[in-house]
Design a protein around this ligand. Structure first.
Ligand SMILES: [Zn+2]
Length: 536
């Protein structure tokens, strides 16, 4: 999903100690490696409160005694224990620094239990602002969901709130009023009725999971399921929707197997067969929660019924089912280490919309769609943000990013190879957190292209390269302008109806010959072009 508007508007960010505590791998984080979260919580819609305990198992990497745990006010940590002993801690804004007393031997797997409570931040604009949405369905039943991309999971549960480290597995045990159904990530292991009129849902995730991917959803859900026969065998697909929407969902969610088929073709097997796939209705637009993608697109095609590309192609699919599920490969399987590299999630996923169309409606449809989305590009800030302060780059990471990848596909000029690179990425970086350098290097190596200037131009600069050309008699001169000095991307043009690859640089080059008529740059390249006078 997306970014907050406040962030999009900020031009000259000022960073604080809190931004560093949140966004960097602090000394108090670096020495321990997450193994498992066992999150237990009571979710009480009657007073909008949460209380619970997260048991954090970790592997000791260095012998240190101070540990950083994150939890944002108004939530508070009440107690932290290790081996039955209460520990001392102090709070510095959103971070708690805990002093451990037991020896921390390298290689040991230890555990702390973090007890917490409070009334968590309410999301003002889910999913773009983080927090809880306490809503009600048409019958007046509580309809509640968490969303915390960007603002952080520590809005509602205590954790190591940095993307570089993921637990190998997780349990999410949520106690709720008995008449309601609670849905989280992974598989439902059991449901236990408690004597106090509550019910506890036990969910287990057997794969690494990122912080913001963890979610809790509560409602008067009904449920249906199907088995998708995919590349890795039988994939369990479970659908949870509000009682009133069952028939609409049964129709609209036919999009899920279609999505899986297209994405397994382009990206390889769905990355979490062990945990199944779920689509869960929520009171906001949607989010890529791992193995429990959330859905609030109104059972309509497009983005809330709209075509983001204005080409008609955007109404051929349910945007939320396609886009948010695309993130299972790019966000949940391959996850950025630092929010500055969020393009790894959003550019590939925005491009997954094009690939979905390409798969079902042909290459022309995909091309038209991705080109149509260019009107959403602002070129306001670079796509890559600021490192170590949890600060992503421009919202251009979506459609400029998608158009950058589309341009790269033209350079590769071989769709089988392009597909094998996309599948290769998901294999090479399977269940990993990565940096932009790793992704850039992999793409360059597999494509066998020098892409340094290409990525610097599109990810780290706001200018859109312009191909300038001059035509006189039987000569055409051309160069790249409005770009980095080193920008030297080949480009496909048509001269008098004949396709030709040019290798422009930022200095003028010439071709001579009969070709002096109509000069057109291939529209699939995200560049501008203009004819200049021969005297310029
Ligand atoms: Zn997204």
């Amino acid at each position: 999903m997306g970014l907050t508007t406040a962030r999009l508007q900020a031009q000259v960010p000022v960073f604080t100690k809190q931004d560093s505590l949140r966004g960097s791998i602090t000394e108090e984080r670096a020495w321990w490696d997450l193994v498992h979260y066992n999150l237990n919580m009571h979710l009480n819609p009657a007073d909008s409160s949460i209380r619970g305990m997260n048991a954090i198992a970790y592997r000791v990497l260095q012998e240190k005694q101070v540990m950083q745990i994150d939890l944002q006010p108004p939530m508070r940590i009440d107690k932290i224990t290790q081996e039955g002993k209460s520990l001392t801690f102090f709070r510095e804004g959103n971070a708690y620094l805990v002093t451990l007393t037991a020896p921390q031997k390298i290689g040991a797997i230890n555990k702390v239990e973090v007890f917490y409570s409070g009334k968590p931040q309410v999301s003002e604009r889910p999913p773009w602002s983080g927090g809880i949405t306490w809503s009600r369905d048409k019958q007046g039943n509580p309809f509640v969901a968490t969303s915390c991309q960007g603002d952080g999971a520590s809005l509602w549960w205590p954790c190591k709130d940095h993307m570089y480290d993921e637990p190998d597995s997780m349990q999410i045990n949520v106690t709720v009023p008995k008449q309601l159904v609670e849905v989280s990530n992974g598989r439902l292991r059991k449901v236990v009725d408690n004597p106090d009129g509550t019910r506890t849902f036990y969910w287990a995730v057997t794969n690494p999971i990122n912080n913001y991917g963890v979610n809790v959803n509560l409602g008067d859900y009904v449920h249906f399921s199907e088995v998708y026969k995919g590349e890795k065998g039988n994939l369990d697909c479970q659908y949870y929707v509000l009682r009133d929407n069952l028939s609409k969902a049964k129709k609209q969610f036919k999009e899920v197997p279609r999505m899986l088929k297209a994405f397994e073709h382009w990206f390889g097997p769905y990355p979490f067969y062990e945990d199944g796939f779920k689509l869960v209705e929520v009171p906001y637009l949607g989010m890529e929660h791992q193995s429990s993608v959330t859905y609030g697109n109104g059972y309509k095609n497009g983005y809330l019924g709209n075509d983001l590309s204005s080409t008609g192609w955007g109404l051929k699919f349910d945007f939320i089912i396609v886009h948010e599920s695309g993130h299972e490969w790019f966000a949940n399987n391959i996850t950025y280490k630092d929010a500055a590299d969020m393009w790894i999630h959003e550019s590939f996923t925005a491009y997954s919309e094009t690939l979905f169309l390409d798969y079902y409606y042909g290459k022309k449809a995909g091309n038209e769609y991705v080109i149509g989305t260019r009107k959403k590009i602002h070129n306001d800030r670079p796509i890559i943000g600021y490192y170590h302060v949890n600060y992503p780059g421009s919202g251009d990471m979506y459609y400029k990013g998608a158009n950058m990848l589309h341009t790269l596909r033209q350079l590769i000029n071989d769709d089988d190879k392009w597909r094998s690179i996309l599948r290769g990425l998901n294999k090479e970086f399977y269940h990993q957190t990565v940096t932009t350098q790793q992704i850039e290097n992999y793409l360059a190596k597999q494509a066998n292209l020098d892409l340094n200037a290409f990525f610097n131009q599109y990810l780290r600069d706001v200018r859109v390269p312009k191909l300038e050309y001059k035509i006189i008699n039987n000569k055409i001169a051309y160069r790249w302008a409005n770009c980095l000095e080193s920008f030297n991307m080949p480009v496909k043009v048509t001269i008098n109806g004949q396709e030709k690859w040019l290798k422009p640089e930022t200095t003028w080059k010439e071709i001579t010959g009969s070709s002096t008529g109509k000069f057109v740059v291939d529209a699939n390249f995200y560049v501008n072009s203009s004819q200049v006078s021969y005297n310029d």
